[in-house]
Design a protein around this ligand. Sequence first.
Ligand code: KG4
Ligand code: ZN
Length: 358
Amino acid sequence: MKIKGDRKVGQNAGKEVYILAIETSCDETAASVVKNGREVLSNIIISQIDLHAGYGGVVPEIASRKHIEKINQVTEEALSQAGMTLRDMTAVAVTYGPGLVGPLLVGTSFAKAASFAAGKPLVGVHHISGHISANYIEYPDLEPPFVCLVASGGHSHLVAVKDYGDYEIMGRTRDDAAGEAFDKVARAIGLGYPGGPKIDRLAREGNPEAIFFPRAKVAQNEYDFSFSGLKSAVLNYLNACQMKGEEISKADVAASFQKAVVDVLVEHSLRGAEAYGYGKFAIAGGVASNSSLREAFAAACEEKKIRFYHPSPVYCTDNAAMIGAAAYYEYLKGVRHGLDLNAVPNLKLGAAEGGSHF
Ligand code: KG4
Ligand code: ZN
């Protein structure tokens, strides 16, 4: 049950708000203390990447167990690095979806227990709202409205951020997320998991024009994305080379594939950013740490005279500080969750608070 208070943003003005935020939606166990939504006092992340690498992807059961083992430790470290205790917190925030149900349950159960034990309000946060809010941490002067591309392992959304926590989804992927395509192509050329950073590195040694891979357009919505055709084109290319006995340049494949993803993300996003006319464009999510993507967006935004916002890589991949930033604005709006807050693996990114859901 979401308990929506009648408190208005202005009523909290002047008071410091300290939020303990928890994030466990995938394979990072993370806790952070964030002051007034923008100042990160601590940001502790234990990544499970090495544990899952041998399986070629995240194994939900292993992830859940690891979260249980580590959640106390990351929370204690987050509080102690901030020089604070749970009693000093104004509220406890947690990602309650979307994500893997087992990992989400660990975070939500832990946050509910902490909120109940310390008598602090509980604020549930949408994971994508968190990714978008990472930009508030890096840019203290950034305020909505702006357009944001969220590209991660599970999501590729183009979002109009109309106000804090008020989102309109302009476009989304019809099939694979951008990060998923990076991971699958990396596996196909033998780079291992997670593929994004490995393709990013290898692509620097390759020629992005060496192989032409398709850039998909979606007829029904000019802002939608589709990456499964691109992934198949890479696999077909690899098979064809193998059958002909031709040597494959992995660096050229990585660079050409990456260029195809970047071209589509930049073209669709900039078209959207121009159409909405906010003059501000941000990126978020794991794929937003891709060096070629950042360079391409920087150049395109400069050309179109749009201000470009891009969080540092540590705030692009999953972390709890971004959850604390998003929670702050929900908290100010009076949003509180009860102890019946549940993990919602397919949680939709809502429009306004209490508004329609997608
Ligand atoms: O946001 P995130 O940490 O987790 C999800 O919410 O999914 O994103 C992880 C995804 C993975 O697919 C990973 O391969 C991709 O982000 N990624 C990258 C880079 N760093 C991480 N993709 C391309 N280039 C990178 N440098
Ligand atoms: Zn994420």
